[in-house]
Design a protein around this ligand. Structure first.
Ligand SMILES: Cc1cc2nc3c(=O)[nH]c(=O)nc-3n(C[C@H](O)[C@H](O)[C@H](O)COP(=O)(O)O)c2cc1C
Length: 184
């Protein structure tokens, strides 16, 4: 199997997070590779927000706390986010540009989805695992306001990055080709 095929087939979402530091240069290399995703009409619609140091993680916890508006305290939210996100040495929030035009918005979301998959593949190839997560708080206006993400951006996902564990998740099988390949 070619290296590309192998990465595509073997990549898995990685939930098991280790705190081992990831060099910023590697993160930037992965993000730059991901940006070779296709896009329409000269607009590269993605923006990436990096959460790496303690201050940035605190900002994330504050934004989630603010978005809940149900009395959950900062400390409780911190505990809730600990295992899935805060343990990770790097967390990325990916957004996509919105244009108030359904065709352009669709193209933007599609291009940024391609960007995210490129990112997952480039990360895997470098020994870094991630998982595209879409928890409810991403879609709360208060969350975006707290992080100063404007209304002209749609949050697409939050992706913790981690070194791959020694026991990588098994290759996940997919539906049989005959279930989704049709003669028109
Ligand atoms: C748009 C999108 C949103 C996702 N959101 C979540 C999520 O919120 N929580 C989660 O555990 N996995 C999430 N996933 C990851 C999927 O669970 C995972 O990709 C799927 O189970 C296939 O497994 P694989 O990535 O290991 O091949 C999301 C994937 C996509 C494409």
């Amino acid at each position: 199997m070619s290296e590309l095929k192998q990465v595509i087939v073997e990549r898995r979402s990685v939930k098991q997070i280790s705190g081992r530091k990831i060099d910023r240069s590697l993160v930037e290399e992965i993000v730059e590779l991901a940006a070779f995703a296709p896009f329409h009409s000269k607009v590269e619609p993605w923006q990436i927000y990096v959460i790496q140091d303690a201050k940035q993680k605190e900002k994330l916890v504050r934004a989630v706390t603010f978005s809940r508006n149900d009395g959950t305290t900062f400390e409780q939210v911190e505990e809730m986010l600990e295992r899935k996100f805060l343990t990770a040495p790097v967390i990325l929030i990916v957004t996509s540009a919105l244009f108030q035009d359904s065709k352009k918005d669709f193209e933007s979301v599609a291009a940024t989805s391609a960007f995210i998959q490129n990112l997952q593949l480039a990360a895997w190839e470098s020994g870094i695992g991630t998982i595209w997560r879409t928890p409810k708080f991403l879609f709360q206006q208060a969350f975006c306001e707290a992080l100063q993400i404007g209304e002209e951006e749609m949050v697409m996902g939050i992706l913790p990055l981690t070194f791959l564990p020694d026991d990588k998740p098994d290759v996940k099988t997919r539906r049989k080709l005959s279930e989704y390949l049709h003669e028109l």
